[in-house]
Ligand binder design. Structure first.
Ligand code: URA
Length: 301
């Protein structure tokens, strides 16, 4: 049985990343044959490989009704309003946005499919600042992406990994909510992705590509004196233009040196979630934070 989809329905399915395969000509299956090659089946898949040559199916299978879930899904898509979010589009003018506009732009972002599964966007948290003003900070901590708790609360690093991060920061005399003193010390914590990948899966390259300009603008506005990149995705995202082959370089090889992002020194370290599984590595993160503190001190001397 073929699904007769019009152009609008096909466009919507493409928008939802639902692949449709359907032959241009659909031969009638021979009624007498028990197992014949049948090409008359529209194939609806979620990210499944495109079916270029149909697998042999029995006539009974070919004539079986399309599963209710598939037809319901197609019907729901067809009924969806034409103003379905247009994926892949970010607002113009990011490079000139102020903090408040950037924040609200992130809150309503629909640049990738993560917007359809998130509860909240997670912009970041840090030193208190008057409404709409850029927090005054020396430190910027960059993680990977919100997890379940962060997605529910709209705050970065509020789960177990966050508690570990807070403890490590406390050991450096820092707190996520403290105002910068005369000696500096304010921090801001954010992630490469502002929305949670479902099931905490790894961010996809296209999601990172869509979200990265937000981080870029946050850095430009915050003007931190040091960035601590925590984990593979933060490191790859921040160093992709300055470290050739960064995607294939083990994080351990990037530690212990000071890199640069938009002219801001960057120190690389392990992600707190990794530390929760590998507690002996804590000493290395402490060494990385000491390097960041030394870099800061060197700068202010
Ligand atoms: N892991 C991250 O990278 N960021 C969070 O905000 C929480 C967990």
């Amino acid at each position: 049985m073929a699904l007769n989809l019009d152009t609008r329905q096909r466009a919507m399915l493409a928008e939802m990343h639902v692949r449709v395969w359907s032959p241009l000509t659909a031969p009638e299956p021979a009624a007498t044959s028990s197992a014949v090659e049948v090409a008359d089946a529209a194939v609806l898949t979620h990210d499944a490989p495109v079916v270029s040559s149909p697998a042999p199916v029995s006539v009974a299978a070919a004539r079986a009704p399309v599963p209710a879930a598939v037809t319901a899904h197609a019907a729901a898509l067809a009924a969806a309003p034409v103003s379905t979010p247009r994926m892949g589009q970010r607002p113009e003018g990011l490079d000139h946005m102020d903090w408040a506009t950037l924040h609200s732009t992130v809150s309503s972002c629909q640049a990738c499919t993560l917007c359809s599964t998130r509860h909240h966007t997670v912009f970041g948290v840090g030193a208190p600042a008057p409404e709409g003003q850029v927090p005054q900070v020396d430190w910027l901590i960059v993680g990977e992406a919100p997890g379940e708790n962060e997605d529910l609360q709209g705050q970065p690093f509020v789960g177990q990994a966050g508690q570990l991060l807070d403890n490590m920061l406390r050991a450096c005399g820092l707190s996520r909510t403290a105002q910068a003193g005369p000696e500096g010390g304010g921090i801001y914590i954010t992630n490469v992705l502002k929305c949670r990948p479902p099931g905490n899966r790894n961010p996809k390259p296209e999601e990172v590509a869509q979200c990265e300009p937000y981080l870029q603008r946050q850095v430009a506005l915050l003007k931190p004196k040091i960035i601590v990149a925590m984990g593979r995705f933060a490191v790859q995202s921040l160093l992709q233009h300055s470290v050739p082959g960064v995607d294939n370089t083990p994080l351990g090889k990037l530690r212990g040196q000071v890199h640069s992002y938009q002219g801001v020194p960057v120190v690389v370290t392990y992600h707190p979630a990794y530390l929760l599984r590998n507690l002996p590595e804590k000493a290395k993160v402490w060494a990385d934070l000491c390097l960041a503190m030394a870099q800061l001190r060197g700068r202010s001397q």
